[in-house]
Design a protein around this ligand. Structure first.
Ligand code: FES
Length: 154
């Protein structure tokens, strides 16, 4: 019997969490190979479309890593990310999708251990949730709904 192996897309801010992932690698800390990292200039660069696209293209979980509050290189980018993720989690719940599939964490460049532990924990969480169930509506409808609801929240 094949055990379910989750696919997880990670959007990592290059100034902090991406460097934290590097640090984990340099320190030879182990974490599951289920995660695929995408480097961004700031966590706020990851918008709703990117997250929904990741889910609709086969990701079972989406992780966003950003600088700690007050450390964002673009001043308030991570505060915007936090608001966006809170809103999107509510939207996912409304669509019948467990919002734990989306996770936001602040991990700095020196926190290699935190990165490895968080990836291990998140992979286990997604494994326990099983494969992504898919959006019930057509993607266009989902995108439209999210756009309507997030217009004034950035
Ligand atoms: S620069 Fe890292 S979260 Fe904005």
């Amino acid at each position: 019997m094949n055990e379910f192996e989750p696919k997880i897309i990670c959007f990592l801010c290059k100034w902090c969490t991406y460097a934290g992932a590097d640090k984990a690698g340099i320190c030879r800390l182990k974490y599951p190979p289920n995660v695929v990292s995408i480097r961004t200039f700031c966590s706020s660069r990851v918008d709703t479309e990117h997250i929904l696209l990741a889910f609709s293209k086969g990701s079972d979980g989406v992780f966003i890593g950003g600088c700690h509050p007050g450390d964002c290189h673009y001043q308030t980018g991570n505060y915007k990310t936090k608001r966006r993720v809170i809103l999107l989690k509510k939207m996912l719940e409304q669509m019948g999708i467990n919002s734990d599939r989306l996770r936001l964490e602040w991990i700095s460049a020196s926190e290699g251990r935190k990165f490895a532990n968080t990836m291990t924990e998140f992979t286990e969480k997604i494994r326990s949730l099983g494969p992504f169930p898919g959006f019930e509506e057509k993607n266009d409808d989902v995108h439209r709904k999210v756009a309507e609801n997030t217009e004034n929240n950035y």
